[in-house]
Design a protein around this ligand. Structure first.
Ligand code: PEP
Ligand code: MG
Length: 883
């Protein structure tokens, strides 16, 4: 088997299409080599080795060592050096590279190949002994931390102590001899900690680093990242071994990172940072504040430190040329890493740049306008879920802002919450239903879970490409990074800025669009949807087949839904209209009444309220279809619980509290979700369905008159198990329609249909379709009854089911396609067979979930209905499903 793939000198054994085998980084290094770009030579050990490693008790294939030897020789030949050679040594970097980019998750070792002998050779060849020993001490520290598990702090302590002793303040104050002393102490520390010396043989070093990369694939933070991002552990990581180039060889050397377009706003401007005389991770680590790449950016930032454009014009011009070429080649924004060694530019990495949803939209729309991609490709490129970010609130411009500090606008949107300084605490607070802002000096991969739990993230250190910034943008969380004016004291659990000290638990607001950090809670505004949003949605609507409706019953929800492009209401849950104020008393009165007369008395109070609700709904949705579902109350949600509530209903009914309590006890159910709900209520008490039907039809007449538009309500019967129930309720509805027509003299147009939310209804769909004009699949209940898993109790035991892979994901979020999906398919087929033009939709939570929407497209539903805020997501997901 071929395990190792080389690249460099204008050619490569791999290419961009091989990311499964070579990982993203390896595949793109190969691709850049093939393009003739300046890439330091190297090789990639494939992900299959990682798979083999874990399948064989953490051991390697027999023929791997030979292939690595050969590849090292090839790399050395291109670089004109030999790995381990005492006179002319090749130094390498070792990095992980998974199929999907996992920022900060995996470990990196630089300067590998240095030892007591080769360091001297490097001092000779570079003519810079200080550089050589500085590199060596960095290598010992990095290697010890990542491979030998001797923590950073050991080395930091030694360095700090040494600097104190010599009264040095900066690392640059140390001479070659100083670093020599430090190196000796570092090695002593390793010996003391491990009982064996720091490995001197470069081959041992290399195998140690390779093992550490594969080992880190299963470390807890990598596991957590994969879990959060749905990346299977079986994919494995590749290892990239590459000849070192040095950005820290003096003032003509530099290292940096850049995006070919602004990843926050999507603006077409090169966006990046670099540091002169620095190595690898210095830029992302946020230890020194980086400089701007372009003059334009430098001026905009008001910086007096030179841009790359001015400091190194030739390397800059070459860099700009390559960025343009890469963007055209990959037809997308690139996120690149580069190093300049004594004036010569080297490209170390390229990948499609992570971006905010706002930037993604702008970039997709502009790339299509530039002719680089088609409109369909633009539609396909936006992750539907990411639109959520655009729907985030911003701070009301009129609100007063008590600004404590300003940092970098690292990830847009505003958020408020209680201050917490610790990621575990953030997670606990979120679980307890509280909103928090995670405040850290800087974040590391260990903070992923805290960042996830927080409303927003604030750091005092680090640039726009710091860990906090990159991860927050990926998560769509507001983030302010590098707020240098703010001091965080972890021990005291306080943060101080502008003379104000805030304690843990106090409220702050951050604005990730401006970088401001503010005291207290500030008024937020609902988002406005930008021009690109409309353009892309328009393109999506052109390719989409299914209609998108919303689940809405309040006027606010209906208006929001319409504004987001809903093409009707697919589910109006009338029981939700009954919870407020005096209504609940009347509803309780109705439920607790012990005869029909009592119920009719309560219903008479409810009729005008219900009618007014429907008039408003029909008016807001004028010209669009509205599905109204008859009452489907899990009874326990409506029963009075407290003595005060009982007293209130008793007074309204003129009955004794004693009697009411008895009646409530009689109505108590062991399994309310499988109890007296749905159409069972209409079967037992038809007068309730009659009242609702009357309210609907009277409202339709009234709204049609006032809007001048026809109103065509769709009356929906919930939770039927077969045709007989449906027919009984339908007869009542039809009779009521006839009565209202007679009373008003108006001609009504309407449909009567049903929800399909029981397995039996799916099986009996052919019979039901004989009289039902539409089906709406209630996949919440269909999942509950199909899997026999209580919707309300699932959370306590579902965790292990998804963790162990028994279920691929939470079936109440993403449709269980194999099981519940099969039931839906049966319902669709049997329904259509009897009534070919039957209208079919879905209105469970799954109607707003992209993977479930793809399934709905596949089985040919006519529409999906979801909560108003998910309407844009559903529009896009439906378009992608149709592509
Ligand atoms: C359903 O069961 O999927 C549904 C939409 O109804 P509800 O969630 O109101 O039970
Ligand atoms: Mg239901």
């Amino acid at each position: 088997t071929k395990w190792v793939y080389t690249f460099g000198d204008g050619k490569a054994e791999g290419q961009a299409g091989m990311r499964e085998l070579l990982g993203g980084k390896g595949a793109n290094l190969a691709e850049m080599s093939n393009l003739g770009l300046p890439v330091p030579p190297g090789f990639t050990i494939s992900t299959e080795v990682c798979t083999y490693y874990y399948a064989h008790g953490q051991s390697y294939p027999d023929d791997l060592a030979g292939q690595i030897e050969a590849a090292l020789a090839d790399v050395g030949a291109i670089a004109g050096k030999t790995f381990g050679d005492p006179a002319n040594p090749l130094l390498v970097s070792v990095r992980s590279g998974a199929r999907a980019s996992m920022p900060g998750m995996m470990d990196t070792v630089l300067n590998l190949g240095l030892n007591d002998v080769t360091v001297e050779a490097i001092a000779q060849s570079s003519g810079d002994a200080r550089f050589a020993y500085d590199s060596y001490r960095r290598f010992i520290q990095m290697y010890s931390d990542v491979v030998l598990e001797v923590g950073h702090h050991h080395f930091e302590d030694i360095l700090e102590e040494y600097k104190d002793l010599r009264a040095y303040t900066l690392d640059t104050d140390l001479s070659a001899d100083d670093w020599k002393t430090i190196v000796a102490r570092y090695k002593e520390t390793v010996q003391a900690e491990l009982g064996r010396p720091f490995p001197q043989d470069p081959k041992d070093q290399l195998w140690g680093a390779i093992g550490a990369v594969f080992g880190s694939w299963m470390n807890p933070r990598a596991n957590k990242y994969r879990e959060l991002n749905g990346i299977p552990a079986s994919w494995g990581t590749a290892v990239n071994v590459q000849a070192m180039v040095f950005g820290n060889l003096g003032e003509t050397s530099a290292t940096g990172v850049a995006f070919t377009r602004n990843p926050s706003t999507g603006e077409k401007e090169l966006y990046g940072e670099f540091l002169i005389n620095a190595q690898g991770e210095d830029v992302v680590a946020g230890i020194r504040t980086p400089q701007d790449i372009t003059e334009q950016a430098r001026k905009a930032a008001g910086s007096d430190r030179p841009s790359l454009e001015v400091a190194m014009p030739e390397a800059y011009a070459e860099f700009i040329r390559i960025c343009g070429l890469l963007e055209k080649h990959y037809r997308d924004v690139q996120d690149v890493e580069f190093t300049i060694e004594r004036g010569k530019l080297w490209m170390l990495q390229t990948r499609n740049g992570k971006r905010t949803a706002k930037a993604a939209l702008k970039i997709a729309v502009e790339l299509a306008a530039e002719g680089l991609i088609t409109q369909e490709e633009a539609v396909a490129r936006i992750e539907p879920q990411s639109l959520d970010q655009l729907l985030h609130p911003t701070i009301d411009p009129k609100a007063e802002r008590k600004v404590l500090a300003t940092g970098l606008p690292a990830s847009p949107g505003a958020a408020g919450g209680e201050i917490v300084f610790d990621s575990d605490e953030a997670e606990a607070a979120k679980a307890a239903g509280r909103k928090v802002i995670l405040v850290r000096i800087e974040t590391s991969p260990e903070d992923i879970h805290g960042m996830h739990a927080a409303e927003g993230i604030l750091t005092t250190r680090g640039g726009m490409t710091s860990h906090a910034a990159v991860v927050a943008r990926g998560m769509g969380k507001p983030c302010v990074s590098g707020a240098g004016g703010l001091r965080v004291d972890y021990a005291a659990q306080t943060m101080t800025a502008s003379g104000v000290t805030l304690k843990k638990g106090e409220w702050i607001t951050i604005d990730g669009t401006t970088g401001q950090v503010m005291q207290g809670e500030i008024k937020m505004l609902e988002p406005e949807l930008s021009g690109e949003f409309g353009t892309l949605m328009g393109w999506a609507d052109k390719v989409r087949r299914m209609k998108i409706r919303a689940n809405a019953e309040t006027p606010l929800d209906a208006r929001t839904a319409r504004q987001f492009g809903a093409e009707g209401i697919g589910l109006s849950r009338t029981e939700h209209m009954f919870f407020e104020g005096e209504r609940i008393v009347a509803v309780r009165e109705m439920i607790l009444a012990d005869d029909e007369a009592g119920r009719r008395h309560a219903l008479a109070k409810l009729l005008p309220m219900q009618r007014a609700d429907f008039v408003e709904l029909f008016t807001i949705m004028s010209g669009l279809p509205v599905t109204i579902r008859l009452l489907d109350p899990p009874l326990h949600e409506f029963l009075p619980h407290t003595d005060a509530e009982v007293a209130e209903v008793a007074a309204a009914m003129g009955a004794s509290e004693e009697k009411l309590k008895r009646r409530a006890a009689e109505l108590h159910e062991f399994n309310p979700m499988l109890g007296f709900r749905g159409c069972r209520l209409a079967i037992a008490y038809p007068e309730i369905a009659e009242m609702q039907a009357r309210a609907i039809f009277e409202a339709a007449v009234e709204a049609a008159k006032s809007t001048g538009q026809p109103v065509i309500p769709e009356v929906m019967v919930p939770l039927v198990m077969g045709r007989p129930e449906f027919d009984i309720v339908r007869e009542r509805i039809l009779a009521m329609a006839a009565a209202v027509e007679k009373e008003t003299g108006a001609k009504l147009e309407f449909q009567v249909g049903t929800m399909i939310e029981l397995p039996r209804a799916c099986l009996k769909a052919d019979e039901i379709a004989e009289t039902a004009e539409f089906f709406s699949f209630g996949t919440n209940d269909l999942t509950q009854t199909g899997l026999g898993i209580s919707r309300d109790d699932a959370a306590s035991f579902l965790g292990p089911y998804t963790a162990k892979g028994i279920l691929p994901s939470d079936p109440f979020v993403t449709l269980d396609i194999e099981g519940v999906g099969e039931l839906v398919k049966i319902g669709v087929e049997r329904g259509r067979k009897v009534r070919p033009n039957i209208k079919l939709g879905i209105c469970g939570e799954h109607g707003g979930d992209p993977a479930s929407i793809a399934f709905c497209e596949q089985v040919g539903l006519d529409y999906v209905s979801c909560s108003p805020y998910r309407v844009p997501i559903a529009r896009l997901a439906a378009a992608q499903a149709a592509l």
